[in-house]
Ligand binder design. Structure first.
Ligand SMILES: NC(=O)c1ccc[n+]([C@@H]2O[C@H](COP(=O)([O-])OP(=O)(O)OC[C@H]3O[C@@H](n4cnc5c(N)ncnc54)[C@H](OP(=O)(O)O)[C@@H]3O)[C@@H](O)[C@H]2O)c1
Length: 337
């Protein structure tokens, strides 16, 4: 199968590049510099030149908070850009797989959202991704819409890497405990997307790693796997000013560090960290987040695909990958056996 990937430089795009090659497919992975999806003519030219069997549309405007201030730009990329991709794919007879988000839901449910649940986005990012879904369904004839959540990988900006960086800096780390979801490893998601694209089982899917946790639980697991000695500080007042840090523009991190460090290199003496649960209200952001965005992977199971593995197993693999790829060797902190 020949597959064209948009947003090839992102976390998912890079994972798709690896998975496509590993699975023996022909991959045309387009970075934003190769293909700006807001340029309709360029998209048509690219698809006409490559004539792929399918397009995995992973390119998106993903800065959730910034989108509140840049709704036109978010629209240009997530809605008009998606329309460009779908129209060009349709003209070439290619299938389209559009990657969407748990943020199409408001998170007010206390039960996992199935594919037929009624979306109700809370902010601009979720709203434009939902409008992108509608564009795919309106202009495409052979489409998959795959909603996922809490994506991380060993590349790009994400919660796992933010937590490791904050852990290295030491001090008190405050993490949101009242938002629930399913952390999803980009490589696992990429494998599912490629498998799905090879079929004709069109429609809407939810695809996340199995299991549910809060951002706080997720952080605890990251630190446990990395071998930090963690002290829970449930009652302590936050020390210092709460700050979003330079990850504020990353899509989903929900953590802050009470006491910024001097930026010195990680050392054994700093492997003891304090972690404190906090609430969404303690950690104001521009964009509202759904409190409960657990996605029931009902269609995936019903169509006979294997559920993605438990999130803790996937996280372990990502941590092992990080241990081999970052300048700091995390391997010595990875729990063995
Ligand atoms: N990250 C999550 O937790 C999460 C959760 C649910 C759903 N999703 C969805 O999953 C998909 C992949 O997300 P990700 O985590 O891989 O995000 P990402 O790392 O931010 O990657 C998005 C990619 O899209 C590219 N892009 C932005 N504007 C573009 C344009 N005009 N033309 C072409 N490419 C453009 C970006 O390029 P630059 O690098 O040059 O900016 C980036 O490489 C997105 O559709 C996102 O909405 C993500």
């Amino acid at each position: 199968m020949k597959v064209l990937v948009t947003g090839g430089g992102g976390q998912l795009g890079q994972s798709l590049a690896k998975v496509l090659v590993d699975m023996g497919h022909q991959a045309v992975v387009c970075l934003r510099g190769d293909l700006d999806i807001t340029d309709g003519v360029a998209v048509q030219r690219m698809l006409a030149a490559e004539r792929p069997d399918g397009v995995i549309h992973a390119g998106a405007y993903t800065a959730v908070d910034q989108a509140e201030e840049q709704p036109e730009l978010a629209y240009q990329v997530n809605v008009a850009g998606t329309r460009n991709v779908v129209l060009a794919a349709e003209a070439m007879g290619a299938k389209v797989c559009y990657v969407s988000t748990d943020y199409v839901f408001d998170g007010k449910s206390r039960h996992p959202y199935t594919e037929s649940a009624v979306p109700h986005p809370l902010g601009v990012y979720g709203g434009t991704k939902l409008a992108g879904e509608q564009v795919v369904q309106s202009f495409g004839s052979r489409w998959f819409v795959v909603r996922t959540a809490w994506v991380y990988s060993s590349v790009g900006k994400n919660f796992v890497k933010t937590m490791l960086r904050l852990g290295r800096q030491g001090g008190m780390i405050r993490v949101v405990q009242d938002q629930w979801g399913s952390p999803t490893y980009a490589l696992d998601l990429a494998e599912f997307l490629v498998q799905l694209l090879a079929t004709e089982r069109y429609g809407i899917y939810h695809a996340t790693n199995t299991g549910v946790c809060t951002w706080y639980d997720f952080a605890r697991e990251i630190y446990s796997l990395a071998g930090f000695v963690v002290t829970e500080d449930i009652d302590a007042e936050s020390q210092g000013e709460v700050r979003a840090g330079d990850d504020a523009l990353a899509p989903y991190p929900s953590a802050s560090q009470g006491q910024p460090s001097s930026g010195r290199l990680f050392s054994e003496s700093l492997s003891q960290i304090k972690i404190q649960p906090c609430t969404t209200a303690d950690f104001p952001r521009f964009a509202a987040r759904p409190a409960y965005s657990v996605l029931d992977n009902l269609a995936l199971r019903a169509e006979g695909f294997s559920p993605l593995r438990p999130w803790q197993e996937a996280l372990q693999q990502c941590m092992e990958e990080l241990a081999q790829t970052t300048e700091f060797n995390w391997l010595r902190f990875i729990r063995k056996g």
